[in-house]
Design a protein around this ligand. Structure first.
Ligand code: 5GP
Ligand code: MN
Length: 345
C-alpha cells in the first residue's frame, strides 16, 4: 500500500463508490471530454481513463477534444481515437447527445469546452467531473474534485486505485497518466510538493513507464520554427516591468505566421518570463482571430486565477491561469501594464 496515499479521505469514499457502481454497466455509451486547447494533463488524463475503461470491458467509449492540440502529445497511446470536435462537429454533437455518461476531465465548468458547452448542458447523460481546479461549478451529477493533487492524471490514478482496479493499469495507461503529471508540474518543478505525487509516479514507473524517454517525446521534439519562435519571443518580444515584478511576452498574428506557428508551439513559453530574477508575475498575450489569448503565471501567493477571472473572463489555478481579452493587442497590453503598475490585489 502507498504510505502517503490519502485519496480515500480526500475524495470521500461514497463518491468513489458511486463512480464504481456507475461503471458496472459496461454496455453504456461513455463520452470522455477534455477542455478546449487541451494540454498534457487534459489529454493524458482523458486517454488514461479511456484505456482504463477499455481494460474494464467497455466497448462504446468516445474521447472528444474540443479542438486540435500540440503534436508533442500525439504519441500517447489511444491518441488516434481522439475525436477533434472542430474537425467533425456534426458527429461530435450526435455522440454527445446519445451518451449515457459524460466524463469531463481536467476542467470544472462546461464553458471550458467552449462550443461544446451547450450540447453538454443539453445532453441527458449522467455527468461526471474529475478535476483539480478550484471552485468547481454546478451542473455535474458526480464531482470528484481535489485541488491538492498535482494534476487530473494523478487524481485519475487515485480514483482507479480507490475503485480497486490498480491491476488494470497497463503500461500504456501509465504513460498517459505520467505525461499528465509531468506536464502539469513543469517536470516536477511546481504543484508537486506532496509526497503522494511521487508515490503515484513510483507506481507508474513500476508499470513500465520510461521517464527519460517520455520526457524527450514531450519536451525535445521542437520543430526548427518553434525553437526560433522561442528565441525571437525572448529577444524581441519580452517586456519587463521591474517595479511591478512583472514580465510579459506578446505575439501578434504576424509574429506567429512568420514562424509558421502550430498548436502547442507556445506551450511553456510564458514560464521563461517567470524565470527572471525577482519576477513574480508573467504573462503571454497571443493574438487570435477574434480575441487575444492571455496566459498568466505567478509565484507564491499571487493569485492569477483571480486575475484571470476578474479581468480576462477566464480562470485556472493560483499560479497558472488563462483567459481572453477582446480589446486590440495594443489596448490589451496598455490595460495590463496599467493594472500591474497600480497593483491589482
Ligand atoms: P494556459 O495559460 O497554459 O493556457 O492555461 C493555464 C491554466 O489556466 C490551465 O489550468 C487552464 O486550464 C487554465 N485556463 C486557460 N485558459 C482558460 C480560460 O479561458 N478559462 C478558464 N476558466 N481557465 C483557463
Ligand atoms: Mn490539469
Amino acid at each position: 500500500m502507498l504510505a502517503y496515499f490519502t485519496g480515500i479521505d480526500i475524495l470521500e469514499k461514497e463518491r468513489i463508490k458511486r463512480l464504481q457502481s456507475l461503471l458496472e454497466n459496461k454496455e453504456q455509451r461513455v463520452v470522455i471530454v477534455a477542455h478546449t486547447n487541451p494540454d498534457g494533463d487534459a489529454i493524458g488524463s482523458s486517454l488514461g481513463f479511456y484505456g482504463y475503461l477499455q481494460q474494464k470491458g467497455f466497448s462504446k467509449v468516445d474521447v472528444i477534444a474540443p479542438n486540435k492540440y500540440a503534436s508533442f502529445l500525439h504519441w500517447m497511446p489511444g491518441n488516434n481515437d481522439v475525436r477533434i470536435a472542430t474537425d467533425d462537429p456534426e458527429n461530435t454533437l450526435k455522440i454527445i447527445a446519445q451518451a449515457d455518461m459524460i466524463i469531463c476531465l481536467d476542467f470544472n465548468g462546461f464553458g471550458r469546452a467552449e462550443q461544446l458547452e451547450k450540447p453538454l448542458l443539453e445532453s441527458t447523460a449522467f455527468k461526471v467531473m474529475i478535476d483539480h481546479h478550484p471552485d468547481p461549478e454546478n451542473g455535474f451529477d458526480l464531482v470528484l474534485s481535489d485541488t491538492s493533487v498535482s494534476s487530473t492524471a494523478e487524481l485519475v490514478y487515485r480514483c482507479i486505485t480507490d475503485m480497486g482496479d490498480e491491476a488494470l493499469i497497463t503500461k500504456e495507461i501509465a504513460e498517459c497518466l505520467y505525461a499528465g503529471i509531468v506536464t502539469d508540474t513543469g517536470s516536477f518543478s511546481f504543484a508537486c510538493n506532496n509526497p503522494a505525487t511521487y508515490e503515484v509516479v513510483a507506481r507508474l514507473i513500476e508499470k513500465g513507464v520510461d521517464g527519460a524517454y517520455l520526457h524527450r517525446l514531450i519536451y525535445s521534439t521542437y520543430t526548427e520554427n518553434r525553437m526560433r519562435l522561442l528565441g525571437y519571443s525572448l529577444s524581441e518580444k519580452l517586456q519587463v516591468i521591474p517595479e511591478a515584478q512583472t514580465a510579459f511576452i506578446s505575439l501578434t498574428k504576424k509574429d506567429l505566421e512568420r514562424f509558421h506557428h502550430n498548436e502547442g508551439d507556445t506551450e511553456g513559453l510564458v514560464n521563461y518570463a517567470l524565470d527572471i530574477r525577482d519576477i513574480r508575475l508573467a504573462a503571454l498575450f497571443m493574438e487570435k482571430e477574434d480575441h487575444v489569448k492571455v496566459s498568466l503565471r505567478s509565484v507564491g501567493k499571487l493569485d492569477v486565477n483571480r486575475l484571470a477571472r476578474n479581468y480576462y473572463q477566464g480562470g485556472g489555478h493560483v499560479n497558472a491561469a488563462g483567459g481572453k481579452s477582446f480589446l486590440t493587442m495594443n489596448d490589451t497590453l496598455e490595460a495590463f501594464i496599467a493594472l500591474v503598475k497600480k497593483g491589482f490585489e
